[in-house]
Ligand binder design. Structure first.
Ligand SMILES: Cc1cc2nc3c(=O)[nH]c(=O)nc-3n(C[C@H](O)[C@H](O)[C@H](O)COP(=O)(O)OP(=O)(O)OC[C@H]3O[C@@H](n4cnc5c(N)ncnc54)[C@H](O)[C@@H]3O)c2cc1C
Length: 386
C-alpha cells in the first residue's frame, strides 16, 4: 500500500475500525485496569478477534496479510486511547510473532503462528537482563548443548519482558550465549521457549509507573531443556535477529508516540475550547493557542517521518536510520504533547479522573523501550559516519 500524504481508502477504513474498537472496548476499561495494575485477557482476546494480533502475517499462517503501514496505523490508533493495550499488541507483533515469521522454519511457522494470530496466546521477546539492557552483547544467560539427549539447556535470568507473565503468555524468544566469537564477543542464539517449559519461572513485575495494564515479567531459567530444533534462525544468528527485530520494533514504538501525542492533543483541544477563564475559552488566550499550534505542528512532522520510515521498509529500502529517527522524534513529540496537553488542563490534568494524567505517565516508557533515546542518537550518529 503506497502512502501519498493521505490515507488510502483501505487505510482509512482500517484506522476507523481500530479507533471504534479502542473507543468502545478499551477506553471504558483503561482507567480501572491502570488503577488496579491489572492485565485483561478479555481485551487481548477481543484484539485477536479484530485481527490485531497477526497483522502482517500472511493469511496462510492465520494472519491478516496486511502491509507494515497498516500495522503501524493500528498501533497508533490504539495508543491514542490507551498505551497499555497498544503495547501488548505492538510487542506481540513486532517482537513476538513477526520474528517467528521472518526467521522460523516452515514447521515452526505452521505450529506456532495460527494460534498466536487469534488472541489465544501471546509471544514475548527476551533480551534484557538485570545487568544488560542497552549493551545486549553483555548477555549472561547461557545455552549449552547436551549432545547425549540432543537438547539445549538454558540457565540465566531476564528482566522486564513484555507479555511474558500473564495467563495468555504462550512462549518467549530468548537470546542466550552459545559460544565466543573470534573477536572475544559473545555468540548469541535465539531460542523459542514455550512458557510452560519445566524450569522456567515467570514472575510478574509490579509497581510500574506506566503501562500498568501490561504483563511485564521477570524470568528465571533453571536448567530449562528445549529440543535441538527450538533454535530460531540458526546458531549464532541471535545478535543479527535482535538488531533487525529492534529496527522493526522502533517503528511501532514511534507509532505509540504518535498515537499518544494525537490522543493528548485531541483532549487538550476539546478542553481548551470549553474551559473559560477571564470570560473567554482558554483556547482564546494566545499562550494556550500557541501550545496547541506547537503540538499540531510537531504531530504533523512526526507523522511524516514515521510514515516515510514505514514506506522505506515496505519498499525494501534501507530504513534503519529513519526507524531510529522516527522512534526518537515521535517519542519526544509525545513527551512534549503530554506535558503541554496536561498544562492546558491546569489542576484537572493532575487528577486520575482525566485520561491526560495516564498519558503523562505512560509516555515515560517510550524514552526507554526498544533502545533508549540516547541509544537512538548513537545509532543515527553512526549512520552519519560519526
Ligand atoms: C515496561 C518495560 C518493558 C520492557 N519490555 C522489554 C521486552 O519485552 N524485552 C526486552 O528484552 N526488554 C524489555 N525492556 C527493557 C528495555 O528494553 C531496557 O530497559 C532498555 O533497553 C534500557 O536498558 P536498561 O534499563 O538496562 O538501561 P541501561 O542500559 O543500564 O542504561 C541506563 C542509562 O544509560 C544510558 N546509556 C547506556 N549506554 C549508553 C551509551 N553507550 N551511550 C549513551 N548513553 C548510554 C541509557 O540511555 C540510559 O539512560 C522493557 C523495559 C520496561 C521498563
Amino acid at each position: 500500500m503506497a502512502y501519498e500524504f493521505s490515507d488510502t481508502p483501505e487505510l482509512k477504513k482500517l484506522r476507523e475500525k481500530v479507533r471504534s474498537f479502542a473507543v468502545a472496548e478499551i477506553e471504558p476499561k483503561a482507567k480501572g485496569l491502570d488503577e488496579r495494575e491489572e492485565y485483561s485477557a478479555e481485551i487481548t482476546r477481543a484484539s485477536g478477534k479484530q485481527g490485531l494480533l497477526g497483522m502482517i502475517i500472511p493469511k496462510e499462517y492465520g494472519g491478516q496479510g496486511l502491509d507494515y503501514l497498516s500495522y503501524i496505523v493500528a498501533v497508533e490508533e490504539l495508543a491514542r486511547v490507551d498505551s497499555s493495550q497498544a503495547a501488548i499488541v505492538a510487542a506481540h507483533n513486532s517482537l513476538g510473532i513477526n520474528p517467528i515469521y521472518y526467521y522460523g522454519t516452515e514447521e515452526q511457522k505452521q505450529r506456532l503462528l495460527p494460534s498466536l494470530c487469534t488472541g489465544d496466546g501471546l509471544w514475548a521477546f527476551a533480551l534484557t537482563e538485570p545487568e544488560s539492557g542497552s549493551d545486549a552483547q553483555a548477555t549472561k544467560t547461557k545455552a549449552v548443548f547436551d549432545d547425549r539427549r540432543k537438547e539445549w539447556i538454558i540457565n540465566g535470568r531476564k528482566l522486564w519482558i513484555t507479555n511474558s507473565a500473564c495467563e495468555l503468555s504462550a512462549g518467549i524468544t530468548v537470546q542466550a550465549v552459545t559460544g565466543t566469537l573470534s573477536d572475544g564477543r559473545n555468540q548469541l542464539t535465539s531460542f523459542l521457549v514455550p512458557a510452560s517449559t519445566p524450569g522456567l519461572i515467570r514472575k510478574p513485575v509490579l509497581g510500574k509507573m506506566m503501562w500498568r495494564a501490561v504483563s511485564i515479567g521477570e524470568l528465571f531459567f533453571e536448567d530449562v531443556r528445549i529440543p535441538e530444533d527450538a533454535i530460531l534462525g540458526s546458531k549464532g544468528r541471535g545478535f543479527r535477529i535482535t538488531l533487525e527485530t529492534l529496527d522493526n520494533g522502533r517503528l511501532s514504538i514511534g507509532a505509540m508516540g504518535l498515537g499518544l501525542a494525537k490522543g493528548v492533543f485531541d483532549l487538550a483541544l476539546e478542553y481548551s475550547k470549553k474551559r473559560k477563564t477571564f470570560g473567554v475559552a482558554i483556547a482564546k488566550h494566545q499562550v494556550i493557542a500557541f501550545k496547541l499550534a506547537d503540538m499540531a505542528m510537531r504531530i504533523e512532522a512526526a507523522e511524516n517521518l514515521l510514515y516515510k520510515a514505514c514506506w522505506l521498509r515496505q519498499n525494501e529500502k534501507p530504513f534503519g536510520k529513519q526507524a531510529a529517527m522516527a522512534k526518537l522524534y515521535c517519542t519526544e513529540v509525545a513527551e512534549f504533547c503530554a506535558r503541554e496537553g496536561q498544562q492546558c488542563f491546569g489542576g484537572y490534568g493532575l487528577m486520575k479522573d482525566y485520561a491526560v494524567e495516564r498519558h503523562f505517565r505512560d509516555v515515560a516508557l517510550l524514552r526507554v523501550g526498544e533502545g533508549t533515546n540516547e541509544i537512538q542518537r548513537l545509532i543515527i550518529s553512526r549512520h552519519l559516519g560519526c
